[in-house]
Design a protein around this ligand. Sequence first.
Ligand code: ATR
Length: 280
Amino acid sequence: MTTAPKAFLIGHPVAHSRSPMMHGHWLKTLGLPGSYEKIDVAPEKLAEFFSSFDEAGWAGGNVTVPHKVDVIPFLDRITEAAEAMGAVNTIWREGDQLVGSNTDASGFMGNLDDLAPGWDASSKKALIIGAGGAARAAAYGLKERGLSVDLCNRTAAKAEELAAHFGAMSGHGLDALPALMRETDLLVNTTSLGMSGKPPLEIDLSPLKPGAIVYDVVYVPLETDILKDAAARGHRTVTGLGMLLHQAVEGFGHWFGQTPQVTEELRALLIDDIRKETPA
Ligand code: ATR
């Protein structure tokens, strides 16, 4: 008798993750057997978790803070995306090997493809604000798709460092934004500015090239002020929630054997949950 595949989310803490809601929805709507469970693994218990991996019968799972780098020694191989991101967020089995990947860049790109179809026909240059983890995912994903990428960050040195890490990119301070905005086809905010409870992202969009798309990875609120401003100026906009939804697709496919769709129904489920936490 074969047992239903089991997937995990390990982190410390793991309480606030919306991943169980997404994977649970897909299992239910696709009618697939399987489970997805949150497991709080303290850093000193990580080795123990992996030593009992086979015995526990895991198909794989997701990895969140603080384990995204520390899981790497327990894996047989990591993908090019995980290598580029320097972190693993998804683990699956390939034969008798444990493979670690990072799906943040494919989530970022999947959301862009979904919400701005055809964007790549006219987009050559991207401008990313920020230089943290989300900037890294955006820069890697956009570079892979052949765009030339500039990064602007409050701490210019961090943008320069990230640009050098990927090569063929340039890093700047925020003072370079207006000049770069005149040339860009895709402006991306990857900082947490504009998120509920954080200061606003204060940038003047008037220099932005006409026809440029504006993408904000922040999804609480679902539509940030910068996106409202961009839409009012006639730019196409891309909201951030879909990045969370699309980054989950690849793992689910590996663990449960079917590639799920990011549907309006799933989006509505998550929106409902976010609204409960942050009443408008
Ligand atoms: P994540 O991993 O989610 O991308 P992060 O690594 O904390 O988050 O990155 C946060 C980003 O927001 C950084 O680029 C940060 O700029 P610094 O590198 O200068 O810290 C940017 N950021 C945060 N607060 C900011 C502020 N008040 N003004 C401008 N940039 C800010």
